[in-house]
Ligand binder design. Structure first.
Ligand code: GLN
Length: 492
């Protein structure tokens, strides 16, 4: 394989800086890799190859021009190619959200998270596949066809940011953006053997992130290592006047840690996250990784997050309730697909029933029911109360420990079609990732081994609000001593 495709973000930026590699060469290598593998993986909904090459040439010209002005500081990510989940808007590039209803929707504005990276110099090669409106855990619920896992194309890449995870795993891009409402960055990261960060709610702007569950939605990064994810993550973060839930919280930069140990780090291992039904190899690998963190200086404490079992039902009330309200805007009048009809009522009905897929309709019905008069308190109101208990579990735990370590998913990547007709089995994929979103705390997934079939196993670490720096540092140390994150899928 082309050496340029196995460069880390750090190495790629160094090569761009010292002139041994141009952005045009690197971007072209990415596009060629996409062309080579896309028929097997189908990671993208829209490719913007020409625009990417133009942007790359502009980045190269800017870098060369800067030689004449040694005082000018160039943007930190100048010329780095990335991919963006098709749920974050890029002005002038169609944004489908994996839905028919937005098949021809071209947003006139760019998501803040993306804009900040563009300002830092990135080159966007395309928009990646996603479950429709990010509702799913396998990227099979996309109106544009499923994405396949580069480690085994008979298996799903996870979801809903499955296109981004697969593109990174297949070395089509060094990094990609995803969104995470209940696990959609971390679960596909785990299934595809990459590293993914779901930030604290409020750390990264949601402006231009097409709303699913507004109190849960976050934008994150998928890359090959914690260090690479951190390099992209910090420029994205911070207060944005266009999203009132964002805050400016230090630290706003992360430095690669110098010390080689995790001395004194208190690691909590919650007993509720090791379930009898889970794949034994997942538990084995995660426990081995925890032992490794202990060898690097960490202290392991068994802890309890007693309300964990309620996270799934609470999430599957709150997320659909918020979705049913957010998706009311797709009425055939203002956005996207419009059916031809004789009356306004018929226009709404036909546009929505033809524009939305089955899972989205299921969520809208569940959510509308949970919010309806007479049921509101019993479902939505009750779920909010239990959500508070789940958040308190975390607050109490973080009085005793610095990070919490768990599996990301109960199993490794499942087969394409395996859960297609069983929504509940699909929802169960999220048991370990949903609590983080309900509590608003950050979570990071990274590879800690492989099962017997050669499929990646991921571990999740969580920290208290705004402590992404700690997550990056812990995973960085682990990755200094292991090479799981550098393995290549056999397909490559
Ligand atoms: N799988 C979960 C859902 O379907 C989470 C998705 C997400 O994080 N966007 O809601």
């Amino acid at each position: 394989m082309d050496d340029r495709l196995t460069l880390t973000v750090r190495q790629a930026l160094q090569s761009l800086q010292n002139g041994s590699l141009s952005s045009e060469e690197l971007t072209r290598a990415c596009i060629e890799q996409i062309e080579r593998l896309e028929s097997k993986i189908h990671a993208f909904i829209t490719l913007t190859a020409e625009k990417a090459l133009e942007d790359a040439r502009r980045a190269d010209a800017r870098r060369i021009a800067a030689h004449r002005h040694p005082d000018e500081t160039l943007p930190s990510l100048l010329g780095l190619p990335i991919a963006v989940k098709d749920l974050l808007t890029v002005a002038g590039v169609r944004c489908t959200c994996g839905s028919r209803i937005l098949e021809n929707y071209v947003p006139p504005f760019t998501a803040t998270a993306v804009q900040r990276l563009v300002d830092a110099g990135v080159v966007i090669v395309g928009k990646t596949n996603t479950d429709e409106f990010a509702m799913g855990s396998s990227t099979e619920n996309s109106a544009y066809g499923a994405t396949f896992n580069p480690w085994d194309t008979g298996r799903v890449p996870g979801g809903s940011s499955g296109g981004s995870a697969a593109a990174v795993a297949a070395r089509m891009v060094p990094a990609a953006l995803g969104t995470d409402t209940g696990g959609s960055v971390r679960q596909p990261a785990a299934f595809c053997g990459v590293t993914g960060i779901k930030p604290t709610y409020g750390r990264v702007s949601r402006y231009g992130l097409v709303a699913y569950g507004s109190s849960l939605d976050t934008a994150g990064v998928l890359a090959h290592s914690a260090e690479d994810a951190a390099i992209l993550f910090w420029p994205m973060a911070g207060f944005d006047p266009l999203d009132a839930t964002t805050v400016e919280q230090p630290p706003s930069v992360w430095h690669t840690p110098e010390s080689e140990t995790l001395k004194g780090l208190r690691i909590g291992v919650p007993k509720e996250y090791f379930l009898p039904g889970m794949q034994p190899e997942v538990e084995e690998k995660v426990r081995a990784a925890i032992r490794m963190l202990a060898e690097l200086g960490g202290e392991v404490h068994e802890i309890s997050l007693p309300h964990t079992e309620y996270a799934l039902p609470v999430y599957y009330l709150i997320a659909p309730a918020e979705a049913s309200a957010n998706l009311a805007r797709y009425d055939g009048v203002r956005f996207g697909y419009r059916a031809s009809a004789d009356t306004l009522g018929e226009l709404f009905n036909l546009s929505r029933s033809r524009g939305f897929g089955a899972e989205v309709k299921r969520r809208i019905m569940l959510g509308t029911y949970a919010l309806s008069a007479g049921y509101y308190e019993a479902y939505y109101g009750q779920a909010q109360k239990v959500r508070t208990l789940i958040r308190r579990d975390f607050e109490e735990a973080f009085q005793q420990v610095d990070i919490i370590a768990t599996p990301v998913t109960p199993t490794t990547a499942f087969r394409v079609g395996e859960h297609r007709d069983d929504p509940l089995a699909m929802y169960l994929e999220d048991v370990f990732t949903l609590p983080t979103n309900l509590a608003g705390v950050p979570g990071l997934a990274f590879p800690v081994g492989f099962d017997r079939q050669g499929l990646p196993v991921g571990m999740q670490i969580m920290a208290s609000h705004f402590r992404e720096d700690l997550l990056f540092s812990v995973a960085y140390h682990y990755q200094q001593h292991t090479d799981w994150h550098r393995r290549l899928p056999p397909l490559l």
